[in-house]
Design a protein around this ligand. Structure first.
Ligand SMILES: [Zn+2]
Length: 130
């Protein structure tokens, strides 16, 4: 299993993931659009925070289930705990060393339809909204 090392811009936060990264997601929710996030999902057992717990800032919105982390020094989004798969992390693949996003398929996730706060959220999401 390939091991990737990731970090924020200033290096305060360092983590590693053991993953065969075959699929990336882009999401159209209001948060991911503004972060311009390109992500992969990894099970929590494949994720290890190596350094920077004190540099992690938490942002929550919408149902406040997902936990979106970013560096409180440089502001970079590094990873989040997912709402749709609570035992998985979503990881910002642009924080990974030696990973070329062009090598993986990009799936468009319909995060906007999962929203409980976007007035124009689409109705397709079948999962819980609360
Ligand atoms: Zn940083």
């Amino acid at each position: 299993m390939p091991l990737y090392h990731g970090s924020c811009h200033c290096g305060a936060i360092r983590f590693e993931i053991a993953a065969e990264i075959k699929e990336l997601t882009q999401c159209d929710c209001s948060l991911c659009r503004k972060k311009n996030a390109l992500m992969c999902a990894v099970h929590e057992s494949a994720f290890k925070l190596q350094q920077g717990e004190s540099a992690l800032s938490l942002y929550q919105w919408n149902t406040r289930i997902a936990r979106h982390y970013f560096c409180n020094v440089c502001g970079i989004y590094t990873f989040h705990r997912k709402r749709s798969m609570p035992d998985h992390y979503g990881v910002n693949v642009r924080c990974l060393d030696d990973f070329d996003p062009a090598t993986a398929h990009v799936r468009q996730a319909e995060g906007k339809s999962m929203s409980v706060v976007d007035a124009d959220a689409r109705p397709e999401w079948k999962g819980p909204r609360a």
